[in-house]
Write a protein that binds this ligand. Structure first.
Ligand SMILES: [Zn+2]
Ligand SMILES: [Zn+2]
Ligand SMILES: [Zn+2]
Length: 150
């Protein structure tokens, strides 16, 4: 304790990570701390940030993958929209009940133009029974995290 007080009256600070005593210029300033600087020196802060990033990278990549799948779903819907517009696909009546107003439903989002035509209620019923079609993902509004800069 004695040593810590002594350090705080000088420009030297001890890093809580590497335990080295360094000039406070080697620490990130932090005004809400008694010592006026971050408890880790800049070197250790940077190492911590890198380690933190590395450990999160796997989760980060997985989420990126999910995000890509979500765009597959979006692409599939756009492909149908476009195919209908150019006449490559023709909207059909519901295969279950013959209703005229139908949605293009994908059994597999990786095959954008392989659709079945279902009215809204049969479409909802399909998903209630089978859940999400393969290759779809419901992750929305995901943006990659920014690497923390210390
Ligand atoms: Zn350090
Ligand atoms: Zn129907
Ligand atoms: Zn569907």
């Amino acid at each position: 304790m004695q040593q810590l007080e002594m350090l705080e009256t000088t420009d030297e600070r001890r890093c809580c990570a590497c335990k080295e005593v360094k000039h406070k210029d080697f620490f990130t300033k932090q005004r809400d701390r008694a010592s006026g600087v971050h408890s880790k020196c800049k070197n250790c802060s940077r190492a911590y940030s890198r380690e933190h990033y590395r450990r999160n990278k796997e989760a980060y990549l997985k989420r990126g993958d999910a995000y890509a799948k979500n765009s597959v779903k979006t692409k599939a819907k756009k492909a149908v929209h476009y195919a209908l517009k150019i006449g490559k696909l023709i909207r059909q009546s519901c295969e279950k009940c013959g209703a005229v107003k139908t949605d293009a439903h994908h059994d597999d989002y990786a095959k954008p133009l392989e659709v079945r035509w279902l009215c809204r209620s049969h479409h909802i019923a399909w998903h209630a029974e089978f859940g999400e079609a393969p290759n779809a993902c419901t992750v929305r509004h995901w943006t990659p995290p920014q690497e923390q800069i210390l």
